[in-house]
Design a protein around this ligand. Sequence first.
Ligand SMILES: [Zn+2]
Ligand SMILES: [Zn+2]
Length: 154
Amino acid sequence: MSDIHRGHCFCKAISWQVVGSPIRSVYCHCTLCQRLHASPFIHTIHYPADHFKWTHAEPHADHFEKYPVLDKPWKSRIRCRHCGVMVGSESTKTNNYSVYGAVLERDEEGQIKSWEQLKPTAHMFYGTRYLDVNDGLPKWEGYEEQSRLFSAQG
Ligand SMILES: [Zn+2]
Ligand SMILES: [Zn+2]
């Protein structure tokens, strides 16, 4: 199993790689992610900034836009300037990058590569979920380890 994991936007104008196991891999059901991604929930994977790098043509910043989140100005969402797909976010407060599982590289069968290393281990912000997920993973009302835990089965 390779320790380098790659992802790209829909049009492949932007791509990145992360190295090793993530700090955290979770499904996020917060209302910010729901709105910014127009999606019921997202799969977010956190890495320290020095484990992340852009791999598309330089200058990297020519191909993406950063959207600072209004009430969290230290956090920016990063999306492709060409196809508009959100590929990750950065936090200048924690010096972490979050990359989104849905844009990870797939194998010939369409399955995400290195799934065992990258798969989510919990749900966060389950309090504002669209739908119940019965996958047996821990479900936090807000942030992981910092909020009320719902039953693991529901
Ligand atoms: Zn693109
Ligand atoms: Zn979220």
